[in-house]
Design a protein around this ligand. Sequence first.
Ligand code: NCD
Length: 330
Amino acid sequence: MSAPENSIQLNAAGQLRHFLSIHGLSRDILEDILNTAEGFVNAEGQVVKKVPLLRGKTVVNLFFESSTRTRTTFELAAKRLSADVLNLNISASATSKGESLLDTLSNLQAMQCDMFIIRHSDSGAAHFIAQHVEEHVSIINAGDGWHAHPTQAMLDMFTIRRHKGAFEDLSIAIVGDILHSRVARSQIRALRILGAEDVRVVGPNTLIPAEVEAMGVRVFNRLDPGLRDVDVVIMLRLQKERMQGALLPSADEYFQEYGLTAERLALAKPDSIVMHPGPTNRGVEIEASIADGERSVILEQVTNGIAVRMAVMSMAMSGAQRPSRPVEPE
Ligand code: NCD
């Protein structure tokens, strides 16, 4: 199934030119991202210090919503590609004075920037901006509303592949607040495109999106059966800032039902890995000893974020130098 983003996220040669969503991308493109990222890390998983791929380019981090990990790793990635980087916390500047998103963008384009990394609380914000930028400019979605967080999903895929190899035979459980999670949506898409057959979402019905099965996952309302024999456990934060009304019991009750403890992790395969996109809430969705334990790869995910973002940025920048796709008839 193709996604609306695809008419603009690929160029005429079918190469990545903006990175807005995983939806509709081919397995080849996702594997290309993972393989390119592999070239930016050594055998120990350390990221290369500096390469000249984006020399002379200016990358702008345009964050309308707060972030530490994502913004910082995009900044490090851009610097390691030798780009000049500008960080803009927009909620604190222009838009709070009534300037529209497009005005802000036109001003930034007039400064001749080449790539914008966008985080916004509205689903579709990065896509909207991508429709309005000049030919040579590339847009990367760093998280839009509940919709997508494609670079997070790809750094998660990279981390899984480094530990587990091929995706086909893996069982993966994504646990917690799936409803409000752009990370979960992008992970599910990526896992399915890369060939994972057994993808499970686990959580109370109030936090599972309607018809999520159509994305190719199985729903579990109880944690124990959801975790049984999985290779990968992905825990998610409760996105309280996005919840309206009473979707949940207290944090204590939530931990009783869905918190990852040593006892529960014993249901997964003995060599399973534990992941979390962060920020983690120890004692709410995950016991501290598990978040910091030997099966946790949470900090590796952060490091891998640099290499994967370097891969996406270098691929999109080279894709933006080529002619764009002809407009498809309606
Ligand atoms: C996630 C996000 O912002 O969507 N965090 C991240 O990018 N590392 C998940 C979250 O906020 O819980």
